[in-house]
Design a protein around this ligand. Structure first.
Ligand code: EPZ
Length: 417
């Protein structure tokens, strides 16, 4: 089990390059199941969730490789197995993204129900309702979602509530359905729009993705996918906060500032200097941090995946901040660990009240999910002694080389086995 040891007190400066977005590459890997040829995906991040999804699509019959660095090739001509096994799905909830493509490609899908995870129960009822609206006959048996669909038919479906992967799953299934599908109350995350662009480049007919209403004209087949994954906006936000909290001066390269507007607004409110360029952002912390109230919300609101990292920043602000988590029911697992480092945080329901302190103190800490782990590393950057973050596999699920990228910016950070 790896651990990361951070020695606090080092101001970050220099440049950091953002990798491809984990939450864009996972649906694209699932989308390759809709094609029957040799797909090529560039700018793929070297993170554990990508490896898991690759194993899953290979289990389903794809033949592929994650070529050194950032390229994945996948030949999906031989996809013939509709069963996504528990041992793979249970390690990564996003595996449920193969449901829609399998139903569309093979007419059948048998996907283990994803277990809950630390941040909440995370059911997939909204995915199932959308796929049933397309004509799939879905039953739950022995922990598996089993769907049959001779031929999916276009429909008009309104999601009960906003779901990112639910929107993606149903959109992918609708691409090969007969006739027109209208989806409303869709997720507007940039990764949804990106997935639609990739599918349209392979012959799909999708309009409106990125807005809350998506219209899809079904087609009979798709050409193989060839694309370059867009930058990871959550990784970018994480390093921006790392620069801000250390009072540093960092250029975040290969990011898309327009995907970070809600975050940038709140960082500016907190007194952080931000200069936006076409595909980079310069972040200057000038020491004094001001308290800011945030409420997480589906895009374009403040991303829930940046909530924990922003809370770390607010533990040192001059005053009181309110942080309300509206997307997941249990995404304050990092609070207890931050308090062990000396943060002053009180939780009332879905709101955390953070009162700034002078200094955090290093401690052995552990996290329960990807973003909580990242927030503890950020806290370690400014704590007065060493912070030892264990269960680092959470970080490796979604951040490529975080310790290397931070040490290149001047952090005193090392990974120990
Ligand atoms: C995606 O998860 C992301 N994962 C999450 O990032 C992110 O936190 C989340 O969207 C919200 O932005 C990927 O894209 C792989 P949802 P997803 O369906 O799609 C409830 C990370 O750190 N819900 O939008 O699973 C659900 O429980 C991860 O990279 C249902 O009730 O999130 C949650 O409360 C963490 N029924 C809310 O909706 C459903 O069928 C939003 O979930 C589906 C969701």
């Amino acid at each position: 089990m790896d651990r990361i040891i951070v020695e606090g007190g080092h101001r970050l400066q220099g440049q950091v390059t953002i990798s491809g977005a984990k939450n864009a590459v996972l649906p694209v890997l699932a989308a390759t199941l809709l094609t029957a040829g040799r797909n090529e995906i560039h700018n793929v991040p070297g993170v554990r969730d990508v490896t898991t999804m690759l194993h899953l699509v290979q289990e389903l019959g794809a033949v592929g490789d994650h070529i050194k660095g950032d390229r994945v090739t996948l030949d999906t001509a031989g996809v013939n197995n509709p069963v996504a096994p528990y041992d793979l799905v249970s390690t990564m909830r996003a595996s449920c993204l193969v449901l829609g493509p399998l139903l569309a490609r093979l007419g059948e899908a048998k996907v283990s129900l994803p277990g809950g995870c630390a941040i909440g129960a995370r059911p997939i009822d909204l995915h199932i309702k959308g796929l049933e609206a397309l004509g799939a006959d879905i039953t739950l048996e022995k922990g598996y979602v089993h769907g049959i669909a001779k031929q999916l038919k276009g429909t008009h479906h309104i999601f009960d509530s906003v779901t990112v992967t639910g929107t993606m799953n149903v959109m992918m299934a609708a691409v090969l359905a007969e006739g027109e599908t209208i989806l409303e109350n869709c997720a507007r995350e940039p990764e949804v729009g990106f997935l639609a662009e990739v599918l349209n480049a392979s012959g799909a007919k999708i309009e409106g993705a990125g807005s809350d209403k998506i219209v899809i004209q079904g087609v009979t087949s798709l050409k193989p996918i060839n694309c370059r994954i867009l930058p990871d906006r959550i990784e970018a936000a994480t390093y921006m906060i790392a620069a801000a909290i250390t009072g540093g001066d960092v250029e975040v390269l290969n990011c898309n500032p327009s995907h970070l507007e809600a975050i940038n607004l709140k960082l500016r409110e907190a007194g952080v200097g931000l200069e936006e360029r076409d595909n980079s952002l310069r972040v200057q912390g000038n020491g004094e941090l001001l308290p800011v109230h945030i409420r997480t919300h589906p895009y374009p609101g403040f991303a829930t995946d940046v909530q924990a990292q922003f809370m770390t920043l607010m533990t040192l602000a001059k005053g009181r901040s309110l942080i309300t988590e509206t997307v997941f029911e249990n995404r304050f697992m990092h609070v207890a660990e931050l308090k062990r480092m000396g943060a002053d945080i009180v939780i009332e329901g879905h709101t955390a009240m953070v009162t700034g302190v002078e200094q955090l103190s290093g401690a052995p800490v552990m996290a329960t999910d990807l973003r909580a782990s990242a927030c503890l590393v950020l806290a370690g950057l400014v704590a007065d002694r060493d912070t030892v973050v264990s269960r680092v596999y959470h970080i490796d699920r979604g951040y490529q080389d975080m310790d290397k990228k931070l040490s290149q910016l001047g952090a005193a950070i090392r990974r120990v086995r």
